[in-house]
Design a protein around this ligand. Structure first.
Ligand code: GDP
Ligand code: MG
Length: 162
């Protein structure tokens, strides 16, 4: 059974963009077209020879209005299937109350979590990452999903831990 990796995060942090990178399709469109990701929330990909399944939990019944409403029941069920959660945050906004609420929910679920800071393009990675240590999830991995930057490194790292 291939490892299952769930993408979790507030609306607009870049889950669909990373999902597209990880599945190398253009089918699951990003938020500019609300709703279109919804029947495309499970995908397959591989890094080198290592296959994985990836779930975009933002496509699972989460209102796409840019407001965090608390984790919905479908994403919660997807978490139970996941071997690992990639918890995405946004370097442009820093840590938000929505991030903190999601971290609390992830703790309750008890799944292994890798903290990811997205949208570091044009920013100093060390400065952008420092804020996120307060989440208590350890060292963040920095990516720019829209440009594919850091994505290979992230996946090599997390697949090594599984
Ligand atoms: P989701 O709601 O978490 O699925 O987020 P999306 O993948 O739909 O992305 C939300 C917005 O952030 C879109 O306008 C993306 O183009 C933008 N975005 C995603 N990744 C990056 C990135 O690495 N850098 C920048 N600057 N913008 C990004
Ligand atoms: Mg999305």
């Amino acid at each position: 059974m291939d490892p299952v990796i769930a993408l979790v995060g507030r609306p607009n942090v870049g889950k669909s963009t990373l999902f597209n990178q990880l599945t190398r399709t253009r089918d699951a469109l990003v938020a500019d077209f609300p709703g279109l990701t919804r029947d495309r929330q499970y995908g397959r990909g591989r890094v080198g020879r290592r296959p994985y399944v990836v779930i975009d939990t933002g496509g699972l019944g989460e209102p796409d209005d840019g407001v965090y409403h608390g984790m919905q029941s479908q994403p919660q069920r997807a978490l139970d299937e996941a071997d690992l959660v990639l918890f995405l945050t946004d370097a442009r906004t820093g840590v938000t109350p929505g991030d903190e609420a999601l971290v609390a929910e992830l703790r309750r679920r008890g799944r292994p979590v890798q903290l990811v800071v997205n949208k570091i393009d044009g920013l100093d990675a060390d400065v952008a990452g420092a804020d996120f240590h307060s989440l208590g999830l350890g060292e963040p991995m920095m990516i720019a999903a829209a440009h594919g930057r850091g994505v290979r490194r992230l996946m090599d790292h997390v697949l090594d831990t599984l």
